[in-house]
Design a protein around this ligand. Sequence first.
Ligand code: NAD
Length: 492
Amino acid sequence: MEECRMLIDGKWVKSENTITSINPATEEVIGTIYCASKEQVEEAVNAAEKASRKWSELSLWKRAKYLKNMATLMKGKAEEIKKLITIEMGRPLFESRIEVSETAGMTNDLAEEGKAYLAGETLPIDSSIYPNKISFTIREPVGVVGIIKPWNFPLQLPMWAIAAALLAGNTIVFKPSELTPFVGAEIGKIAQEVELPPGVFNVIHGDGTVGGMLVQSNVDMISFTGSAEVGKKIMQNSANKLHKLSLELGGNDPFIVLPTADTEEAVNAAAWGRFTNCGQVCTSPKRIIVLEEIADTFVDNLVKKVSQLKIGNGLDPATDIGPMVSSDQRNKLISQVEDAAKLGATIKLGGKVPPNLAKGYFYEPTIITNVNKKMKVVNEEVFGPVATIITARTTEEAVEIANNTRYGLGASIWTQNLDDIMNLMQKIEAGMIWINEINTAYTNGPWGGVKESGMGRELGREGVLEYTTLKHINVDYGKNKTRPWWFPYKKE
Ligand code: NAD
């Protein structure tokens, strides 16, 4: 059995407290994970603090070079990493390969493009009041960033934050999800192999308790991606330290299909968008809202398409849909579908654990219609292979349904009509809108949500600036200065 240690101050360390990592397709134990004690969390934060000044003073170009080397190494290890992702969290190898190559590409691009994002600005100043003055801003690193991430894109999501934070001159204590610690540790190995100085990048393991300790520690910022519930706890728990926070939280994204859409493409997009990664994607179309007049055809075609998907172990190249990540996640999904059935929904496809797959946390790709607002499949985030279809009478009603959620992460709109595009993209409450597209992310495109989907952005200029603080500099270069507002005051 393999073991997964923590990287603290450049050394791979063990601990007393251990958990196991499970392959969700076979329920076999992958290995033992050493989880951090409170002292080890503090050690990691102290190591990051100690390494902070030197790292922030290193030339930006040199920091970018480390990232480029990490990207190259990631590409070189792609086969190994993609297998690890599939074994640890279940996604099909095809998807894992894309995750690795996209992440390497983004890390490389960020190292190139991100340098320019760190520019400050020179500010106009009223020279009649302030002669001989220049006022400008510079960007500085926040300090030590605690990075806490989920399991659903175990390489990509951490690296969005890690690459931006390192580039901006921060040092890091990273806690991967307890469900994907081996992939998290792999990032630590890559950091070591490119010879990042000890302490610049630390990895600690554990569940929410360890995450909580990191939140309560002396880090300067927490970069969190995960559920809204945990995001709220983090905000509360970091209040006494006033940490800077970036919170990328859950979603209940609408996917609106109007009669003017290319419906064949919309069906294909809904099938891939909803069922890729076994439906465990923050921006997957969780509520598919279809206009009444095309609803029956849309549902029939979606059922046809999804019925053809092959469910199985992600290591089998024929697999389209792997297992869910854990039995807890599957149990939650089962209770959401049961609730819908009890309240009168129609299960058009699936709706159960596949009888032929006794081992593994599999769940049949499921399509549900005849739903209403009281059902959990509508008002909760459904993080699994379940497509919930809601029918709307008019475009206005579709918008109303789309916005009737506490979340506001992404939204996808399907129509060829320009007026509808312009109208809906403004009315939908979301941080990201895809028009005739679904689930794409670019290195230079800001990623994040509104409402309870969080605050702050990853990727893009905003995503890099998230890991900086702004310093305003005032310079007075004149001689023989007088300032009428200094002492002595004029006696009037
Ligand atoms: P989660 O909130 O349960 O856990 C996320 C991370 O937080 C894990 O590392 C976990 O160990 C840690 N954690 C748990 N309790 C904690 C606490 N009290 N203090 C500090 N850390 C704690 O989420 P998950 O199940 O890992 O991921 C699924 C969720 O993530 C979904 O809601 C999904 O929508 C969301 N997500 C959002 C985005 C985005 O970009 N907005 C991307 C991916 C996933």
